[in-house]
Design a binder for this molecule. Structure first.
Ligand code: KG4
Ligand code: ZN
Length: 331
C-alpha cells in the first residue's frame, strides 16, 4: 500500500511517501522567510506553500523511488492550523486524488503528532500517556487507541514552544529561538536565577506569568549584565519553562497508573527536557518514547501514519470537506 501524505498546517511544507505505513521518504521545506518577523506571517506562509508544494512532492516521490501512478491514497492535514496554509495542502491533495482517482484521507494534525510515536522501531502499546509540546500546543493526552484520545489538560494561554520563542525574542535571538535557548543553556547554571512556576489546577498550564517576569528581569538587569550571564539566564528560564511539564506528567502517570509515556512536538527536541524525562523514567520505571527529531517537528510522515489507520478503517473523506483551522483532538 503506497500512500502520499501532505502537511501544510503552519510554516513547513512537507510530503512523505509511506509503504505499508512506513515512511520511505519525508521531505520538509521549512520557511525561513518568517525569521525576521519574530513569528509566522500567515499570508506569507500560504504563498510559500504554494511556491514549494509541487517541488517538495516531486522530491519526496524521487527519494522514495515510487512512481506517482503507483500511489494508492492521498492524505492531508485538515486542521488545526493557519487557514490559508491548510487550504493550499488540502486543495492540492484533492486535485491529486481526483486526478489519480484514488481515496482521499483527512488527518487531524494533533492526533498525527501523537501517532508519530508509532513511527519508531520501538513503539508504545495502547493505552499510553502523551505530552504534546509544540509552538502551538501544550497538552497532556491519554491515548486509548488511534481514534480514542482524551485531552486531560492544556495551556490556558501560551504554548510552551511559544513561550520559549517569546523569551528568545526578548534575548534578541532569531525566530523560532527555542533551539537557541537550548544550545546556549548547555553552558549555564539552571539555578542561577529564579523565575516563577505557575501553580495551575489539574493538568492545566500557563506561561503568561513567567514570560512577564522574564521581561521585567531583563529590564531590571540591563543588556550588559544579560550578555555577560547569557548562558545562566537561558538555563534558568529554560528550567522554569520545563518544570510544569515534569510536574504535570508525573501527576498524570501516577493518577492514571500508566507506565508508558510519549513526548512529541517540536519542544521534544529540547535536550534538557529529554534528559529530565530520561531521569524521571528511570526513577519511576516508566517506558519513555520520543520520536526521531524529524518526526517531532511538523512533518508529513506523521500525517501518513495517522492516515494508515483511517485507510484500514476505510475512513475516507469527501471532496467538499472544508479545512478546520480550530480542529480539536477527537473531532
Ligand atoms: O511542532 P513544531 O515544529 O511546530 C508546531 O506545530 O508548533 O514546534 C515548533 C516549536 C517552536 O516553538 C520551537 O522554538 C520549538 O518547537 N523548539 C524548541 C527546540 N526545538 C524546537 N524549543 C526548545 N528547545 C529546542 N531544542
Ligand atoms: Zn505541529
Amino acid at each position: 500500500m503506497n500512500l502520499l501524505a501532505i502537511e501544510s498546517s503552519c510554516d513547513d511544507t512537507s510530503v512523505s511517501i509511506l509503504k505499508d505505513g512506513n515512511p520511505i521518504s519525508n521531505v520538509v521545506s521549512s520557511q525561513v522567510i518568517h525569521s525576521n518577523f519574530g513569528g509566522v506571517v500567515p499570508e506569507m506562509a500560504s504563498r510559500e506553500h504554494q511556491k514549494n508544494i509541487i517541488h517538495v512532492t516531486k522530491l519526496a516521490l524521487d527519494q522514495s523511488g515510487i512512481d506517482l501512478l503507483a500511489i494508492d491514497a492521498i492524505a492531508f492535514t485538515n486542521g488545526p492550523g493557519l487557514p490559508g496554509s491548510l487550504m493550499v495542502g488540502s486543495s492540492f491533495a484533492k486535485g491529486l486524488s481526483l486526478g489519480l482517482n484514488i481515496p482521499l484521507i483527512a488527518v487531524n494534525h494533533m492526533e498525527a503528532h501523537i501517532l508519530a510515536l508509532l513511527l519508531g522501531e520501538k513503539n508504545p502499546d495502547f493505552p499510553f500517556l502523551c505530552l504534546v509540546v509544540s509552538g502551538g500546543h501544550t497538552m497532556v493526552v491519554k491515548v486509548d487507541d488511534w481514534n480514542r484520545m482524551e485531552v486531560l489538560g492544556s495551556t490556558r494561554d501560551d504554548a510552551v514552544g511559544e513561550a520559549f520563542d517569546k523569551c528568545a525574542k526578548l534575548l534578541g535571538f532569531d525566530y523560532p529561538g527555542g533551539r537557541q535557548i537550548d544550545e546556549t543553556a548547555k553552558q549555564g547554571n539552571p539555578n542561577a536565577f529564579d523565575f516563577p512556576i505557575a501553580q495551575m489546577p489539574g493538568y492545566q498550564f500557563s506561561y503568561s506569568g513567567v514570560k512577564t517576569s522574564f521581561l521585567y528581569f531583563l529590564k531590571e538587569k540591563g543588556p550588559d549584565f544579560i550578555q555577560k550571564n547569557l548562558a545562566d539566564v537561558c538555563a534558568s528560564i529554560q528550567k522554569a519553562l520545563l518544570a510544569p511539564l515534569f510536574i504535570k506528567t508525573k501527576m498524570a502517570m501516577t493518577e492514571l497508573g500508566i507506565n508508558q509515556i510519549g513526548i512529541t512536538g517540536g519542544v521534544a527536541a529540547n535536550s534538557a527536557l529529554r534528559e529530565g524525562f530520561k531521569e524521571l523514567a528511570e526513577k519511576n520505571r516508566w517506558i519513555l518514547y520520543v520520536p526521531d527529531f524529524q518526526y517531532c517537528t511538523d512533518n508529513a510522515a506523521m500525517i501518513g501514519k495517522a492516515a494508515m489507520f483511517k485507510w484500514q478503517a476505510k475512513d475516507f473523506c469527501k471532496f467538499d470537506l472544508q479545512t478546520e483551522p480550530r480542529l480539536k483532538i477527537g473531532q
